[in-house]
Design a protein. Structure first.
Length: 98
């Protein structure tokens, strides 16, 4: 999931009070750590801050993940062409009958 690949784009872990996801988790320390991660000068610093972020997220529990899942699709390649393979919901454009 692209949005959970880093603490800035991971919507569910945001704890910015009124600006957070539903439930409005609020934790200034966590938000300060997110900012510190975003402006870290190098990967070593980001790694260190990521560990701190993980610890704080486990302490505060802003959300509970239900798991990871996939949306499998099936089609007959002898009848369709142009099917785009993407990791989430398959787009319904670019498809032609053969």
């Amino acid at each position: 999931m692209l949005t959970s690949s880093n603490p800035i784009t991971h919507t569910a872990i945001g704890m910015g009070c009124e600006k957070a996801w539903f439930g409005w988790p609020c934790d200034k320390l966590f938000e300060d750590l997110r900012k510190k991660w975003a402006f870290a000068p190098d990967q070593a610093t980001r790694k260190q801050v990521a560990v701190e972020l993980s610890r704080r997220a486990y302490e505060q529990v802003p959300y509970i993940s239900f798991a990871q899942w996939r949306n499998p699709i099936a089609y007959r390649s002898d009848r369709l062409s142009g099917v785009l393979v993407v990791p989430s919901v398959p787009p319904m454009w670019n498809i032609d009958k053969k």
